[in-house]
Ligand binder design. Sequence first.
Ligand code: B16
Ligand code: MG
Length: 220
Amino acid sequence: MIKGFIFDLDGVITDTAELHFEAWKALSDEMGWAFDHEVNDKLRGISRTDSIKVILDHNNTSLDDKTLDALAAKKNDIYVKSLDKMTSDNYLPGAEELLTHLRTEGFLVALGSASKNAEKVLLQLNANKYFDIIGDGHSVSKSKPAPDIFLFGAEKLKLQPEECIVFEDAESGINAAKAGGFYSVGIGPKDRVGHADLRFDTMAEATLFEVKAHFKDLFS
Ligand code: B16
Ligand code: MG
């Protein structure tokens, strides 16, 4: 039986992908690297360090670890500053409604994000009230597609993976959910999250009614 839900943050609760894009783009322009939305899409769900490596690969460049860390920190400063503009108006359509509904029905809810800035994003959105457990980029060392962040959430909720549904917008995130033995809901196009147990184009369609209808044998 499903007793809990684990939500990714960026791309599921709020759309920070564009803010990440702008910050990586500013750094790339400064460094003379090519960077566009197609490359940005490959960064969904993966850590900051892995992200800069993807950008460097795309540019057939490599850097020593110290320079790489310094440049990733520079990008992060730009990104964190851009979060100041975020408010509770910046939930993705449907996200706050679903979180509210889960609270009303008494489900356990955890965050399972790769971001080390999740705390600030939740604060800007005023979203802490919807989560029993916060799992973020500081909680585990192995990032998605390893299942560790979702296993962390389930363990803290005192649930088994098969008692939880994971919501994810990233290919690596659905892979992580599957690797951990969780049910998964993908948010986004088929070519990105079509391997999820259930998929919606956007969070606006992802109502509790639709989720229950799909996983009907798993709800009492
Ligand atoms: P930060 P999620 C992920 O968050 C983003 O999708 C990904 O693009 C980003 O690189 C990663 O967080 C790390 O973020 O630089 O803030 O630590 O989708 O897992 O909530
Ligand atoms: Mg995401």
